[in-house]
Ligand binder design. Structure first.
Ligand code: SF4
Ligand code: SF4
Ligand code: FES
Length: 948
């Protein structure tokens, strides 16, 4: 269903800088050259009737409803395909035009169910609106057009249906799939009267290449394509703008509500990250929020072998507080800590770290970003001065070459992938560095210029080789470096990468990438007018994750690709609020805004507002907490919104550490894996049930708005407040906006941020302060945040996780489009139609030597553990490399990953595990134990809760 509340200008904006002045119905209008007459009229607040045009798609000119008269021109041109001219005089209304438009509309209505355009139609549609506008609600030809009447509805997709009876073959859906999404899954088959919309090779929608992004529905001016939820629940009565709670693209969405029920989740055309687009997760997979597995009552138990006891909020909070007090009295102040969540809001993350520092009196706070992007924080802070990506996504429009490293955007960041594909179709070039042949390497109308298919674990060697070419072939931008970077560090780095040991030829054996490809890719990147690097967890989740981030910054500085639009260094954040949770002071050594806890002036500032003395030594990181738990010195943990028993590496080590603690408090939507080791369960609230903000990968702070009451009665931030009060450190907030006011007061990069300003601007990219009152889309303009950019020597140190005859394959991990991280949310939606288990991808060669075929059960054994899953034989992976996802707890991907981690940040080396794979017939011992524990916990819960 098209959003009728959006003021649709009919055709996209022109990029031209020159302007043209014309007259429309006697009114003088000045617009950029290249603007359509339709858009110019809309800008002058005259809406010309239209059907095949919309401002997210190129003009098509097929419906002929938008005819106008132009002085000195013959005929009645279509205003959507006619460009403005200087001095042009346009008439949008006349008797002739009205007659022509009515005639056109009559023909459309002759092949459209009359009840859908009547005043009683259940849903407002654009065709109904236009029929009324042109004064044509009936037609002379009857409503029994022979073309589509009686055609079967395709309801194969779990979220939407296609009803050919209502289709007017305007092609908007086809063009949206091509131009907006870039999947090219739809076509118009047949000609003239027989033409109709088909998916792929005339398949059902669910079997086709359709990725269920919903762009076609958004574009459709009729009810031919519409959400099943809309059919079931009828039209919404209000819309609330909020932010997607899945990936770090941070799409702005409109929750269209009927009472407290979400009728549909529509992408926001004014959303500055997504511009009216979304993906299958944000658009459709919100059903988990009201899933029956949601825990709605707090629970406590003395031991993890005891049954859960449902209690009131007061009793749960008092019990948790008394346990934490007991532990501190018995084992000391530092014996407990807390974990903030990258899925929760900024305000909630800020409160949890404040709770740990002020109420518990130590710095034992960490965040799940530890296991994903902590090397980004460290690497970018040290080289450029700020722990964040440098650009807005719109910067892509000015990029000539994209170097994509260790990120799989078509699966992990789908709306960004669509924007990238659009830019590539316009002629930008793409270099992909990834061990797998990810989707964007070759997709319709897009092909990477180079796919540097390196061996897992050799990122740094590859980046040094790229830099070697840049330096030795004189492709550095010396004037930029002289002006903006520290010379001694540059000279040292330059000599380091110029050494023949770093050449593509010398490193080819290690990386597996042909030297000529490395040389060609380096030249392409360095010689581009504007080259940008986008990267993901394939960069950070390595033993040299931080080194690799520094490599990226080095290369960007050396080629002058920082500090303006079109360039930059851009980490694609996995979860919705990874950037925000880090910004909020979730790491044990930093307060909000990345200020070190040892800095006396910063501590004094927080102490004056918080009214407590702060500990100046950094606290424990997550892996240190686990070690300390096994040593018996760390006894209690408050975990908000992270399922560490599933997401952290070496599951058996994690669960042993959790089992060793005396009080684990889990605050989550579901009784997750970690909750099996918990003593207190505090029900969480979904993004639909609370107010707050998320910060996306562009540093964009966007509002999350409450559309329904929390199912368990409290928003997450209220629970932390209660816990803190019970521990004797009072917190007094009546709304998350007050928490943001405190963050703004204490954090220089947030000084100018407030809910009122976000409401006014839509969203804000930090830094937002006295120097940048409306925020900062591009960082490091003129100079780097740290002053001069600093190069770091990046020696390649191969991981200790090597293949041997016992473990001859390298396992690497990632995720798929339809599932999200540990899967707790998406597994509870209809997205399981597309992905209902994790599989092990194997190259045909490796599969054949082991006698393995697709669908066979295989045992995957590493030095850490062993699990069993089904195989998928594919040449997406190279020989010697296997790959899996970690969305389903029972597949145990993290049972096999090891505790190897990044030297600087302890970010786990998820991307490289040496394994052996053999064909098996029964589950691993770990899985048998897992099932027993799950079964026992279900009994202890004493109810219907299914396995999480
Ligand atoms: S399904 Fe909708 S958008 Fe697609 S051709 Fe038919 S009416 Fe147009
Ligand atoms: S791209 Fe990311 S933020 Fe946007 S709708 Fe999909 S999951 Fe949500
Ligand atoms: S809107 Fe112009 S031809 Fe359809």
């Amino acid at each position: 269903m098209f959003s009728l509340d959006h003021y649709d200008l009919g055709t996209p904006a022109s990029e031209a800088t020159e302007t043209v002045t014309l007259e429309i119905d006697g009114r003088v209008v000045t617009v950029p050259a290249g603007t359509s007459v339709m858009r110019a009229a809309a800008i002058a607040r005259t809406k010309i009737p239209k059907l095949c045009a919309t401002d997210t798609l190129k003009a098509f000119g097929s419906c002929r409803l938008c005819l106008v008269e132009i002085e000195s021109r013959k005929g009645y041109p279509a205003s959507c395909t006619t460009e403005v001219m200087q001095g042009m005089k346009v008439k949008t209304q006349s008797e002739t035009l009205e007659r022509l438009r009515r005639g056109v509309m009559e023909l459309y209505l002759s092949d459209h169910p009359a009840e859908l355009v009547s005043d009683q139609a259940p849903v407002r549609t654009e065709i109904r609106e236009m029929a009324q506008r042109v004064g044509c609600t009936r037609n002379r030809y009857g409503a029994d057009g022979a073309r589509h009447v009686g055609a079967a509805v395709d309801d194969s997709n779990p979220y939407f249906q296609f009803d050919p009876n209502a289709c007017i073959v305007c092609s908007r859906c086809v063009r949206a799939c091509d131009e907006v999404q870039g999947t090219f899954a739809l076509t118009i088959e047949g000609r003239g009267f027989d033409s109709r919309v088909v998916a792929s090779q005339n398949e059902s929608f669910v079997a086709s290449e359709c990725v269920s992004c919903g762009a076609c529905i958004e574009a459709c001016p009729t009810t031919a394509l519409q959400e099943k939820s809309l059919v079931a629940r009828s039209a919404p009565d209000r819309a609330v703008t909020t932010t997607c709670a899945y990936c770090g693209v941070g799409c702005s969405l409109k929750a269209e509500m009927k009472g407290e029920t979400v009728v549909r989740m529509a992408p926001d055309r004014d959303g500055k990250a997504n511009h009216g687009h979304a993906c299958v997760k944000g658009r459709f997979a919100y059903g988990y929020a009201t899933h029956e597995d949601r825990v709605r009552t707090p629970m406590i138990r003395a031991k993890i072998t005891d049954p859960w006891r449902e209690v009131s909020w007061d009793e749960a909070i008092q019990y948790a507080a008394s346990e934490f007090k007991r532990l501190q009295a018995t084992y000391g102040r530092d014996s407990i800590g807390g974990i903030t969540s990258s899925r929760c809001t900024n305000e909630e993350a800020y409160l949890v770290q404040k709770f740990v520092r002020a109420a518990l009196g130590n710095n034992n706070v960490d965040t799940c970003a530890r296991v994903c992007h902590s090397p980004t924080g460290y690497g970018l802070k040290h080289t450029l001065g700020e722990s964040a990506g440098t650009q807005a996504f719109t910067s892509l429009a000015k990029t000539d070459v994209v170097l994509l490293i260790g990120a799989n955007p078509t699966e992990g960041h789908p709306v960004f992938a669509s924007q990238l594909k659009q830019r590539l179709r316009q002629g930008a070039h793409l270099i992909v560095a990834d061990p797998r042949t990810i989707g964007i390497v070759r997709t319709p109308h897009v092909q990477a210029d180079y796919h540097l298919q390196l061996r897992p674990g050799t990122n740094v060697a590859l980046m040094n080789a790229l830099s070697h070419v840049v330096v030795t072939e004189g492709l550095t931008r010396e004037s930029y470096i002289a002006e903006r970077c520290e010379q001694p560090s540059y000279q040292k780095w330059k000599a380091f990468v110029a050494h023949p040991d770093r050449s593509p030829e010398a490193t080819a054996d290690a990386t597996g990438v042909p030297a000529e490809d490395v040389r060609a890719a380096a030249r392409l990147y360095a010689k581009a007018g504007n080259a940008a690097i986008y990267y993901g967890l394939g960069v950070t989740e390595h033993s040299q994750g931080t080194t690799m981030v520094m490599c990226i910054a080095n290369l960007a500085m050396a080629t002058g690709n920082l500090g303006r639009e079109g360039v930059g260094v851009n980490p694609l954040r996995g979860q919705n609020n990874v950037q925000g949770s880090c910004d909020m002071g979730s790491f044990p050594h930093e307060l909000s805004g990345y200020r070190h806890i040892s800095d006396q002036a910063t501590r004094a500032l927080f102490e004056s507002v918080w009214g407590v003395a702060l500990e100046k030594e950094p606290g424990l990181r997550i892996p240190n907490m686990f070690e300390a738990a096994l040593d018996g010195t760390f006894r209690g943990l408050y975990v908000q919104g992270e399922d560490m028993a599933q997401s952290d590496p070496n599951t058996q080590h994690v669960t042993a550490a959790l089992s060793a603690m005396e009080c684990v408090i889990v605050q989550d939507l579901f009784l997750n894996e970690t909750a099996k080791y918990a003593h207190v369960f505090l029900p969480g609230s979904s993004f639909l049930e609370k107010d707050g903000t998320f910060t996306n990968a562009e540093r964009r702070i966007s509002r999350v708005r409450k559309v329904m009451q929390p199912l368990a009665g409290l928003e997450d931030w209220q629970v932390t407040v209660r816990l803190s009060n019970a521990l004797g450190y009072p917190m007094h907030y009546s709304h998350p906006s007050e928490i943001m006011d405190e963050i703004a007061a204490l954090t220089p990069t947030f000084h100018g941020v407030s809910y009122a300003k976000i409401d006014r601007l839509g969203s804000i990219q930090w830094p937002c302060n006295e120097h940048a009152p409306d925020g900062t889309p591009t960082m490091h303009i003129g100079e780097f945040v740290r002053g001069k950019g600093k190069f770091f020597v990046t020696e390649y140190v191969p991981t200790t996780e090597r293949t041997t005859s016992r473990y001859p394959l390298l396992l690497t991990t990632g995720r798929v489009l339809t599932q999200y991280n540990v899967g707790a949310q998406t597994r509870r939606t209809k997205n399981v139609v597309w992905h209902d288990e994790d599989r092990l991808e194997m190259h045909p060669h490796d599969a054949e030597t082991r006698g393995v075929g697709t669908g066979d059960w295989v045992g995957v054994a590493s030095r850490a553990g062993e699990t069993v899953m089904r195989a998928l034989v594919t040449d997406r992976v190279q020989p010697g490399v296997v790959y899996t996802t970690f969305h389903f707890p029972e597949s145990g991907a993290n049972v096999v990953t090891t505790e190897n981690s990044d030297w600087a940040t302890n970010c786990p080396e998820y991307k490289v595990t040496a394994v052996q794979v053999i064909k098996v017939t029964q589950p691993a011992q770990w899985q048998q134990r897992f099932r027993e524990i799950a079964q026992r916990q279900r009994i202890l819960r004493g109810d219907r809760v299914t396995q999480t």
